[in-house]
Design a protein around this ligand. Structure first.
Ligand code: GCV
Length: 608
């Protein structure tokens, strides 16, 4: 991240007053030998047009932020030594391209793997303006435009809507404005109850008035605030269910409050029973979001956006696309991704996400959603992402949020080229390593759609029975002869939530793609996979293969000429990844060997 920023120009010491001024600054410093003119056309909004003139100079036209995005696009292609565009028009596919920070005001970051909060410490705002400008540049350089600065789990008393915090929040918004970045705040649904009102019932006039007054105050301080992000009735957070109200009633009440100011309510759909009894076979967690929201399609106000996690569980290494993203045609939707590597290696293990996002976008018609959000992987670490290579996820998320058809390999190659000036052969090795890293991680952790099997709560490292007798509803039910949950029509019925063409693709274990097999089916270990191997053999093979892949990844990492300080961090984390991969491989294989009593056909070591 730092490396990419320094390719721009490290000394952004003064605050640019507008996106246009920033665009001029960036062009003149990053491309001193190329003559570029900018021309504002407000009708183009965030879109831009780059035109190469016959004298070799460039004209960038666009709305005010469009000019900025066009300038960064030109800079990126020049620094990548790609052929410069002659005539290029581009505009973002999605209106809100959001980063959701799960930063707490005490300075901690929920699921943060890059140090403490960039914004808060000890119950207060606490930030380095220089780093805020760097963050603004990072976001603008890949077209991201909304930054929600606080955790969706809003912990009392740290609530940004209070008078005490608003002036500082407004100063922060001022810092980000020239970068085309608007702030958003997470709110606590029960907040009126902290202010003398006895209820948070969305249909109660006193509650409605309180929110209207609060929105007025907040928008007075920050007129271009993007809106509020809400986690309600989810994992113990308060919400409309307490008052017998549904989520359309809950969200629309807030939407009325922010409507006069053009604000949005981004309402998360991560609602499920997290107090489930493992003995209860009638509740299947992946079904929950659909059950809570699908019937409300068409009832949400036009300034409400439902933010839906990409899969029906919770950011596992492989999950099918959430059926809700396919089923709510009359509601504004956003897909939520997670850059923070909660279940995917804690930014110790290398895990490049764009291949996964590509698969999601292949199943999701682009017009189904109007926005995208991603949980941030940034923190106060000098390099922002803890693991320097985790920056590829932030960068490529921006490219994909702008254009979901962005080519996966080209996006990763662009990040590598902008970040490290290394010989072409090495760059190629790095790109290949990054592109394969998700599949490698999947193999040594939880392949074939099993998911979970992680250490509870912390979510790093293996614990195959950790979530088996817990209340979170995440069971694999491995017995001595079979594993998985039947989610077809003959089982929990989860698959019925999809359109028929998807049901057909997954309903028969004989034709269901291997990678999703154990998400949809309960099967005996002796089940024959399409390639003739038994299921148990495939489980053993994947774990061994994943571990062996990490051994060679680590060798490659040690050979690559990364510059310092990145090199030391990357090597040190690679060694930890190797240790983690061995733990996963050995523990999972031992777990299944003990249960099934079936030997590995290749006689590799499994510890009993
Ligand atoms: C912010 C998972 C995570 C929680 C997170 C939650 C959510 O359960 O483990 O840390 O809370 O998702 O997305 O709201």
């Amino acid at each position: 991240m730092k490396a990419w920023l320094s390719r721009l120009h490290t000394d952004l010491v003064t605050v640019p007053s507008s996106p246009e001024e920033l665009a001029r600054f960036e062009l003149s410093h990053a491309l001193p030998d190329i003559s570029c003119r900018i021309e504002t056309d407000p009708s183009m909004g965030e879109g831009y047009h780059i035109c190469r003139k016959s004298d070799g100079s460039f004209l960038i036209s666009g709305g005010s932020t469009g000019i900025l995005y066009g300038s960064y696009a030109l800079i990126r292609s020049a620094l990548c030594e790609k052929s410069m565009p002659d005539n290029l028009s581009s505009s973002p596919r999605y209106a809100l391209r959001m980063i959701n920070c799960w930063d707490n005001m005490d300075g901690t970051v929920e699921r943060g793997y890059s140090g403490r909060s960039l914004f808060f410490e000890d119950g207060h705002f606490h930030y380095d303006p220089f780093r805020m400008r760097e963050l603004g540049r990072l976001m603008a350089s890949v077209g991201l435009n909304i930054l929600c600065i606080n955790n969706v789990n809003v912990h009392f008393p740290a609530q940004l809507l209070l008078e005490d915090y608003l002036p500082e929040a407004a100063s922060l918004a001022d810092l980000f404005r020239p970068f085309g970045v608007r702030l958003m705040f997470s709110i606590d649904y029960s907040q009126p109850m902290r202010h003398g009102i006895s209820t948070a019932d969305p249909l109660d006039p006193a509650v409605q008035e309180w929110w209207k007054g609060t929105a007025k105050r907040v928008y007075n301080a920050i007129p271009d605030l993007a809106g509020f992000l809400v986690k309600a009735d989810s994992e113990g957070r308060p919400g409309p269910f307490t008052y017998g109200r549904n989520h359309a009633e809950g969200a629309n009440m807030l939407a009325d409050a922010v409507r006069p100011y053009g604000g949005k309510i981004v309402w998360r759909c991560f609602v499920y029973n997290c107090r489930q009894d493992w003995r209860d076979k009638t509740t299947d967690r992946p079904k929950a979001a659909w059950e809570h929201y699908a019937y409300l399609d068409g009832q949400f106000a036009d300034n409400v956006i439902l933010q839906i996690k990409h899969g029906p569980f919770d950011f596992q290494v492989r999950e099918p696309l959430s059926p809700l993203l396919l089923g709510m045609k009359k509601t504004n939707l956003a897909m939520e991704l997670q850059l923070a590597q909660e279940y995917t290696g804690h930014q110790i293990d290398i895990y490049t996400m764009i291949p996964m996002w590509r698969e999601l976008f292949e199943e999701l018609p682009a017009e189904n959603i109007m926005s995208v959000a991603a949980v941030s992987n940034l923190g106060r670490d000098e390099n922002y992402t803890g693991h320097p290579l985790a920056a590829v996820n932030f960068f490529t998320y921006g490219l994909l949020a702008w254009d979901p058809e962005t080519d996966t390999t080209a996006a990763v190659a662009e990040w590598a080229r902008l970040t490290y000036i290394i010989p072409a052969e090495d760059e190629k090795k790095l790109v290949n390593l990054l592109l394969s890293s998700r599949r490698v991680y999947e193999k040594y952790t939880a392949p074939l759609g099993i998911g979970w099997m992680v250490t509870p709560h912390d979510h790093y490292g293996p614990n195959p029975s950790g979530y088996e007798y817990d209340m979170w509803g995440t069971y694999h039910k491995a017995s001595h002869d079979a594993i998985g949950i039947d989610r077809t029509a003959s089982g929990t019925g989860y698959l019925n939530q999809y359109p028929e063409y998807i049901q057909k693709k997954y309903e028969d274990p004989g034709t269901c793609p291997d990678l999703y097999l154990l998400f949809y089916h309960r099967l005996p270990y002796t089940f024959r996979m399409k390639d003739g191997r038994t299921l148990i053999q495939r489980i053993y093979d994947d774990h061994f293969e994943g571990y062996y892949d990490v051994i060679s990844m680590v060798e490659t990492i040690h050979d690559l000429p990364f510059p310092n300080p990145d090199r030391d961090v990357i090597r040190e984390r690679a060694n930890r990844q190797l240790h983690n991969a061995k733990e996963w491989c050995d523990i999972i294989n031992t777990f299944f060997h003990r249960l099934s009593g079936i030997e590995d056909e290749h006689g590799r070591i499994i510890y009993d």
